[in-house]
Design a protein around this ligand. Structure first.
Ligand code: MN
Length: 312
């Protein structure tokens, strides 16, 4: 437990905006946050929109010179979610409490299922003078799967498709017969779109899925809307296709899925339904209990648990 008494934080959990039945364009600028000493642009959650399918968190890291910010995150816990790491540049070493030790590099996918509880560390291993650039996203596990055993997957290569001038790498779910090997527990989609030529592309979408896009670098025109980096665009449901064009070199994340119509709550590194679950998991981490074993082979210490909150 924390030795210095602090006034308990009060948390108010907002009801998220309902998924749109039809196509919309909602432009929601990402806000800045600090993670592991590095500045990120956080595109999800936002006060107006907390979920897109099962996606509940979206951090755009960099691009940044790692001489200034090494991007080290000490051992910390997660429950109720999956973490998804994807790099455009640089390298991160992942270690966790189920024994994984994995370097991730651009074009590869780290996909960690926290389930009932896992601890992991993330250490920047980008060589000096190179650029760190990537995303980390979280997927809320549906109720039927959120207490499952923790697991970690590394996928060194992912399926790709070409549409017009666009090369599409499928991170989650399926597109035009290209299916990601990542384990998903709700109907989910995620892809990186890389503009290789100015030829416009039309991507097939599922009308029953809601979607969102974030430009990571460059500039693009998506569903008739000109877009610059670090704006989350919520596209709603009811689209059978998405028109995309951009300057060569542009990189875009496209996320989507069937609306997860469950009362998902998020606090610190936890996704849960009842605030008492988060407080119990907070105490389990603070007291070093068996739910969160040590990160195997990591000597860099543990991130302290934040003070408990009070619900209002
Ligand atoms: Mn983490």
């Amino acid at each position: 437990m924390s030795k210095t008494p602090r006034p308990p934080m009060k948390l108010k959990f907002r009801i998220p905006a309902p998924p749109s039945d039809g196509p919309v364009i909602e432009q929601l600028p990402a806000h800045k946050a600090l993670v592991g000493g590095g500045a990120v642009h956080r595109a999800l959650p936002q006060s107006k929109r907390r979920l897109i399918g099962g996606w509940c968190f979206f951090d755009h890291m960099g691009p940044m010179s790692i001489s200034a910010e090494a991007m080290d995150v000490p051992a910390h816990p997660h429950i109720g979610l999956q973490t998804v790491t994807w790099l455009l540049s640089g390298a991160i070493r992942h270690k966790d409490s189920v024994g994984s030790d994995q370097l991730i590099q651009p074009g590869q996918l780290n996909w960690m299922t926290a389930g009932r509880g896992i601890a992991h560390s993330e250490e920047g291993e980008t060589p000096a003078g190179q650029i760190m650039h990537g995303v980390q996203m979280w997927v809320a596990l549906p109720d039927a799967h959120r207490h499952r055993e923790p697991a970690f997957e590394h996928h060194p290569a992912l399926p790709q498709r070409t549409f017009g001038g666009l090369r599409v790498t499928v991170l989650a779910g399926e597109l035009d017969g290209a299916r990601s090997p990542a384990s998903t527990y709700s109907p989910l989609f995620g892809a990186e779109l890389s503009v290789e030529a100015e030829t416009p592309a039309r991507l097939p979408l599922r009308p029953d899925f809601e979607y969102g896009v974030v430009v990571l670098q460059g500039g693009a025109r998506i569903a008739e809307t000109p877009l610059e980096p670090n704006v989350l665009v919520y596209l709603g449901r009811g689209r059978g296709a998405l028109d995309v064009s951009g300057r060569p070199g542009t990189r875009i994340m496209l996320i989507g899925g069937a609306p997860l119509e469950e009362p998902v709550l998020l606090w610190w590194n936890y996704v849960f339904r009842d605030p008492e679950e988060a407080l119990a998991a907070r105490d389990d981490w603070a007291e070093h209990r068996a739910r969160f074993p040590d990160v195997v082979g990591y000597a860099g210490g543990r991130l302290p648990a934040p003070p408990p909150f009070r619900v209002r």
